[in-house]
Design a protein around this ligand. Structure first.
Ligand SMILES: CC(C)(COP(=O)(O)OP(=O)(O)OC[C@H]1O[C@@H](n2cnc3c(N)ncnc32)[C@H](O)[C@@H]1OP(=O)(O)O)[C@@H](O)C(=O)NCCC(=O)NCCS
Length: 166
């Protein structure tokens, strides 16, 4: 727990493992983050396809198989991050719009890199939405290639990025 550290940008979040009971809150947070946090980089069809791609049915299994972590400030969910130790992909990084820009995203990435380190994983990767590329670059990720993801069949251009865990 790191909740006693006060960052200059805002209080550092606490982290806990997600459970199946977090389904509704995580779903809501993700949809809000996508609708308000993609900085006009995508048209509304792409935003809604991405927002609609949340897999409610698969969530209980995901929290078992993946490292899914909730960031909280004063017991309120401000973000969540998910890492798949089988594929080395960081597959979800979402900060609540009202908490954005205060260091929560950085803290979540540092947390999940520590989790990957505990798994003795040496490299992690992710498909960054265009709005988030500068954020990941700040965190030491480098571009591998441009890719197209197809949530709900709609093309969303992303940037595949990776970094060493150490
Ligand atoms: C992208 C996102 C996770 C960033 O989280 P955040 O809490 O706002 O980011 P932080 O405040 O921790 O920022 C960390 C660093 O990245 C920088 N940064 C963040 N967003 C940035 C941007 N769009 N452009 C340039 N720099 C950016 C910050 O300035 C900060 O730099 P510093 O710590 O070196 O001073 C968040 O805005 C979000 O959830 N967006 C919507 C969903 C999304 O796009 N998720 C990623 C899917 S791949």
């Amino acid at each position: 727990m790191s909740g006693s550290d006060e960052r200059s940008m805002g209080p550092a979040p606490d982290f806990r493992r997600a459970t199946a009971q977090d389904l509704d809150a995580v779903h809501r947070l993700q949809v809000d983050a996508i609708r308000h946090g993609t900085g006009g980089e995508y048209d509304s069809a792409a935003v809604e396809a991405w927002a609609g791609a949340f897999n409610r049915e698969g969530f209980a299994e995901k929290v078992e198989r993946h490292e899914v972590w909730i960031a909280e400030v004063r017991s309120r969910m401000v973000g969540y991050v998910s890492f798949d130790p089988a594929t080395f992909e960081i597959d979800s990084v979402y900060v609540a719009p009202e908490a954005a820009g205060a260091g929560i995203g950085r803290a979540m990435m540092e947390h999940i890199l520590n989790v990957a380190r505990e798994h003795r994983i040496e490299n992690v990767w992710l498909d960054a939405s265009r709005n988030a590329v500068p954020f990941y670059e700040r965190l030491g990720f480098v571009t591998m290639e441009e890719v197209v993801r197809k949530p709900c069949g709609v093309s969303v251009r992303c940037t595949r990025m990776a970094r060493l865990v150490r």
